[in-house]
Design a protein around this ligand. Structure first.
Ligand SMILES: Nc1ncnc2c1ncn2[C@@H]1O[C@H](COP(=O)(O)OP(=O)(O)OP(=O)(O)O)[C@@H](O)[C@H]1O
Ligand SMILES: [Mg+2]
Length: 248
């Protein structure tokens, strides 16, 4: 896959539909082979790992001249690969020498602590009540990647995400990292990602080749467009090895 910022050739069949409805310009930034978990660490030579590296390079080269530091990752529905994308992209960026902070802003179902295999300690939701000015960052197995976990599930996640406290946390994270990756709840069904998007530099939309429903993908895109999110493009996950799209 090339790192060209120009739109790639539209994929075939259902993937074409998924991409066209999910992304304004149909731009695919990466297509990740079937896999999951921390491929970047467990199978660093796999095609999926290469796809995450490609995505990392794509982000860095395409936006070298613009502020593209805090990037949100969302998808239309649950289980399409948001958290997996966030974690592996973070590792790929760190591999290239970047300092990365990953924020688990999917406060309803935080999962990055599990993915990174760290104890679920305090996190984002703790910041709201307290007057803590230090982020409770957790080191991960990947040097260069630190995690701000979700923390205990709050009564109203939207309040946490919309709060000035969250903005402060984001500023602190920006000051301590080259990239801040923000995992979110599904944008097709919940407002969380739309609340976050205007405060981030860009959003990636994860589309699952096998699972994403066209209507929901469109709704997610519309939600984000309504708040003027900077939609960077689509990350296609769960791509079969024999798909025409999937070529290196
Ligand atoms: N490229 C991929 N190919 C196949 N399966 C994948 C891929 N990426 C992630 N998965 C799997 O899909 C499932 C959901 O992944 P993940 O938790 O990252 O999705 P999510 O969008 O964050 O879900 P949720 O909305 O529940 O937070 C997991 O079992 C994960 O291993
Ligand atoms: Mg998730």
């Amino acid at each position: 896959m090339s790192f060209s910022p120009t739109p790639s050739t539209p994929p075939e069949g259902s993937q074409k539909i998924a991409l066209a409805t999910a992304s304004r310009n149909g731009q695919s930034l990466a297509s990740v082979a079937r896999g999951g978990a921390l491929t970047m660490l467990t199978d660093p030579r796999s095609p999926a790992a290469e796809a995450y590296r490609s995505l990392a390079a794509n982000l860095q080269f395409s936006y070298a001249d613009r502020q593209m530091q805090a990037i949100g990752v969302t998808s239309a529905a649950a289980g399409e690969g948001k958290s997996t994308t966030v974690a592996n992209l973070a590792i790929a960026l760190a591999e290239g020498g970047r300092r990365v902070i990953v924020i688990d802003a999917d406060l309803r179902r935080p999962s990055l602590h599990t993915l990174f295999g760290v104890e679920r300690q305090e996190g984002l939701s703790n910041l709201l009540g307290g007057d803590q000015l230090q982020l409770p960052l957790i080191d991960t197995a990947s040097p260069g990647v630190r995690l701000l976990a979700g923390g205990p599930v709050p009564a109203n996640p939207l309040d946490v995400l919309a709060s000035r406290r969250f903005d402060q946390a984001l500023s602190l994270a920006r000051a301590q990292a080259d990239f801040v990756l923000v995992d979110t709840a599904p944008a097709g069904v919940l407002a969380d990602a739309a609340v976050l998007a205007p405060r981030l530099d860009g959003m990636l939309l994860v589309v699952s080749a096998g699972r994403t429903k066209r209507d929901l993908a469109r709704r997610a895109r519309e939600q984000l467009e309504r708040v003027n999110a900077n939609l960077l493009g689509v990350v296609l996950t769960d791509v079969r090895g024999d798909d025409k799209l999937y070529r290196y």
